[in-house]
Design a protein around this ligand. Structure first.
Ligand SMILES: Cc1cc2nc3c(=O)[nH]c(=O)nc-3n(C[C@H](O)[C@H](O)[C@H](O)COP(=O)(O)OP(=O)(O)OC[C@H]3O[C@@H](n4cnc5c(N)ncnc54)[C@H](O)[C@@H]3O)c2cc1C
Length: 485
């Protein structure tokens, strides 16, 4: 570990989002001097300002993420959520401003979300495992909930300890709290690249060629972290999996409908489902889409399709009276997603360099714990907190393409995402289409000969009856096949 035990240490924190702010504050608390590099122009696309933000320790659980590391991630979220009340109180006191926040989350599984029920069951299992309170409630007990008749609830959970916070207020309180500290400075500029001396990171180079020196550099630049890592010379390159952007669009609506708590679906089809977060009197936050690189709609602005999708879902699934709400603003931000799906937190193989990113859908929730872990590591303090997300020696597993679970959940996600919003396939066509796509994807992308006999059978079918009707047979034949893996 790159431990610097001396408290006169000067640390450069690159990034103006919630993670950079939380780390700066945690380092100041430890007696370190901090320079945060935070380009104001970069805030426009920062994930932090586009976030709800739900503090969803349990609501983020899904049935398809059930590995040991997924369970550790849940524990990480739970631990960070327990730090929140004290963190917010400290930030309010230091900044002198109130930060809007609240408690309580309703999670609705309805007739539209194809995997809502199985995800809500996974959430219940985790709540029970951690002994966290929850109860099943009736739709009449959910304030603000009046869905359209085609989107009826199948199950609703009430999580009294799952909270939310206004990120805009939180970010300005973080800025004010750090700026009031005598050992804090900040630079309103971008970082061009890292500076190395004898194999150790010793500062950053700015676009105008200026150099800022530091004993340690923390990269908390969200999706911008990837470009800085790619600019490292070959001998300093890290082995950790790369980051990609998950563009998210959200809305602030003005409405007289009252939502005192978070109202949300479980996560759905490559995104965090539909949700409403209270934003003070007469305003609500509605989120959120997720468009990963090379999907349509990944331009920097919000697309018509994204806004339409959000509005359709919130009006029909949650409250039909929101059709007369007005749109106050639209926000867009890029979530930093590590391609193995987990955060990257901690010191790296490259001396003098730590990473704090890859927080995907949960960066606001995880910020206090990430701040604590990074700051403790840099000053050499031991902490009780487990950090399952160290970047050291982390690599993408090379057996990914033999994982049938990946192909199955990818195919299911596509089938569930395509008819959204509004559409639905009749009978059990969604399952049949998922099965067909699962087999097709496996045939196209998996190594090995396991599917060779199926390929031969499909060819024989088309040779013996070369009619377009044969494709219907092929659809069911491949759909019924349990892809190997
Ligand atoms: C629509 C949406 C909804 C979300 N909802 C939630 C939620 O409900 N709950 C939750 O916990 N999380 C939520 N998230 C996820 C959360 O917002 C992110 O995980 C978190 O904000 C990431 O914080 P960050 O500081 O790493 O990144 P960012 O907020 O993106 O900040 C990174 C900053 O680094 C700066 N930067 C980039 N490159 C450089 C460079 N070269 N030099 C200097 N600075 C640079 C950028 O300007 C940027 O401001 C949501 C995200 C989105 C987009």
């Amino acid at each position: 570990m790159n431990v610097v035990t001396n408290h006169s240490t000067h640390v450069l924190v690159v990034g103006s989002g919630i993670i950079g702010g939380a780390i700066s504050l945690a380092l100041l608390r430890k007696g370190v001097s901090v320079c945060q590099i935070r380009p104001l122009s970069g805030r426009r696309e920062s994930a932090s300002l586009a976030a709800g933000a739900m503090l969803g320790a349990f609501a983020e659980v899904t049935a398809d993420k059930n590995s040991a590391l997924d369970q550790e991630e849940t524990a990480f979220r739970v631990r960070s959520s327990s730090l929140y009340p004290e963190w917010l109180a400290e930030l309010s006191a230091l900044s002198g401003s109130a930060i809007d926040s609240g408690m309580g989350t309703f999670i609705v599984a309805n007739t539209f979300g194809r995997h809502d029920l199985r995800n809500i069951q996974a959430i219940e299992r985790e709540l029970a495992r951690f002994g966290s309170p929850y109860q099943t409630v009736d739709e009449c007990d959910v304030p603000g909930y009046h869905p359209n008749e085609r989107y009826l609830p199948r199950k609703i959970l009430w999580l009294p300890q799952e909270g939310f916070v206004d990120t805009v207020a939180l970010m300005s309180a973080l800025d004010a709290a750090t700026e009031s500290h005598p050992r804090f400075s900040h630079e309103n500029c971008w970082v061009d690249r890292l500076m190395l001396r004898s194999g150790k990171v010793c500062g950053v180079v700015l676009p105008d060629g200026r150099e800022l020196e530091g004993d340690h550099v923390v990269l908390a630049a969200g999706v911008g972290t990837q470009a800085l890592l790619e600019a490292l010379p070959d001998e300093a390159r890290l082995s950790s999996p790369r980051l990609m952007p998950g563009k998210g669009t959200s809305l602030i609506l003005e409405t007289s409908e009252h939502f005192p708590h978070v109202l949300r679906s479980p996560n759905r089809d490559f995104a965090c489902g539909i949700h409403v977060v209270p934003r003070g009197k007469g305003r609500i936050y509605v989120g959120a889409t997720n468009r990963t690189a090379s999907c349509p709609g990944t331009s920097t602005g919000a697309s018509v399709e994204e806004v339409h999708d959000l509005l359709h879902e919130v009006v029909h699934e949650f409250n039909t009276s929101l059709d007369s709400a007005t749109i106050e603003s639209i926000r867009v931000g890029s979530r930093p997603i590590c391609v193995d799906g987990y955060p990257l937190v901690g010191s790296t193989e490259c001396p003098g360099l730590s990473l704090a990113t890859g927080t995907y859908r949960n960066g606001v929730l995880m910020a206090p714990l990430i701040g604590l872990i990074i700051a403790s590591e840099i000053v050499g303090d031991s902490i009780d907190e487990a950090n399952p997300f160290s970047p050291r020696g982390r690599k993408l597993r090379d057996d990914t393409l033999s994982s049938s679970a990946l192909f199955k959940s990818g195919a299911e996600g596509i089938v569930s995402f395509l008819p959204s919003p509004h559409g639905a396939l009749p009978y059990k066509r969604s399952e049949e289409l998922s099965g067909f796509l699962h087999t097709l994807l496996s045939m196209a992308l998996k190594d090995g000969d396991e599917l060779e006999s199926l390929r031969q059978e499909a060819r024989r079918l088309l040779q013996s009856q070369p009619m377009n009707e044969s494709f219907a047979q092929l659809f069911f034949m491949l759909g019924e096949h349990q892809a190997v893996g």
